[in-house]
Design a protein around this ligand. Structure first.
Ligand code: PEP
Length: 255
């Protein structure tokens, strides 16, 4: 069955680049991308302070995401950036629950669920990351881990909210390691997530939600991965800062 889900390619720039390099990436890489924006979302996530300069430099349908938002609203919370302040500058997306936030900044599934709720309430769309660590996969716990992370988010959101959430399945052992999940390994978990969405929500939500894969996606492996039935695109780290990001976008645009 041909899916009607719009594909999605995200570029997570993490805490990389200077302003000059970011502007250069927009000019040389992003502005030369040509894709059918009715069929494909392309969304890049630079660091917060670069966003205004990059936003005004983007000349095509590439969108911007924040890499995080605060659990707090506006107020006396030094160093935080509230979800509605992201929305206020014209940004529509936020990445939440990335494994680097979970492992280096102590974000657990409960907190991620609460952040997802706050972001959605301000009108942001969410790229919600889930995925197992190597030891969890080796212990045979991949499905349980993914289920716990997803149900923590599901607890906080309504059926209607799922229209504004993209699930990013990112096995932690594949992030930044060069060890990409095989298309079969990725499809197996994506299929599990879609079935789980039927169980915890309903088949309409499960059929429509986009489930993207992240973990060492590059210009060479993206075509095969995107050919899998339940893979609706990618969240790309390292390769999103390189010319091959254009190949990844192309593999989805021509799928
Ligand atoms: C990521 O950070 O979400 C990611 C998938 O990184 P990489 O593509 O570098 O593995």
């Amino acid at each position: 069955m041909q899916s009607t889900r719009k594909l999605f390619v995200g570029g997570n720039w993490k805490c990389n680049t200077t302003l000059e390099k970011s502007v250069n990436l927009v000019e040389t890489l992003l502005n030369s991308l040509s894709f059918n924006s009715a069929k494909l979302d392309v969304v890049i996530a630079p660091i917060f302070i670069h966003i205004p300069a990059l936003k005004s430099g983007i000349k095509n349908a590439v969108q911007i995401a924040a890499q995080n938002c605060s659990l707090t609203s506006q107020g006396a919370y030094t160093g935080e950036i509230a979800a509605d302040q992201i929305k206020d500058i014209g940004i529509d997306w936020v990445i939440l629950g990335h494994s680097e936030r979970r492992s280096y900044f102590g974000e657990d599934s409960e907190l991620v669920g609460k952040k997802v709720k706050i972001a959605l309430a301000t009108g942001l769309k969410v790229i919600a990351c889930i995925g197992e660590k190597l030891e969890e996969r080796e212990a045979g716990n991949t499905f349980d881990v993914v289920k716990n992370q997803l149900t923590a988010i599901n607890k906080e959101v309504s059926h209607e909210d799922w229209k504004n959430i993209v699930i990013a399945y990112e096995p932690v052992w594949a992030i930044g390691t060069g060890k990409v999940a095989t298309p079969e390994q990725a499809q197996e978990v994506h299929e599990y997530i879609r079935k789980l969405m039927v169980e915890i929500n309903n088949s309409e939500i499960a059929e429509n939600v986009r489930i993207i894969y992240g973990g060492s996606v590059n210009g060479k492996n993206s075509s095969e991965l995107i050919g899998k039935e339940d893979i609706d695109g990618f969240l790309v780290g390292g390769a999103s800062l390189k010319p091959e990001f254009a190949d990844i976008v192309k593999s989805c645009d021509s799928n």
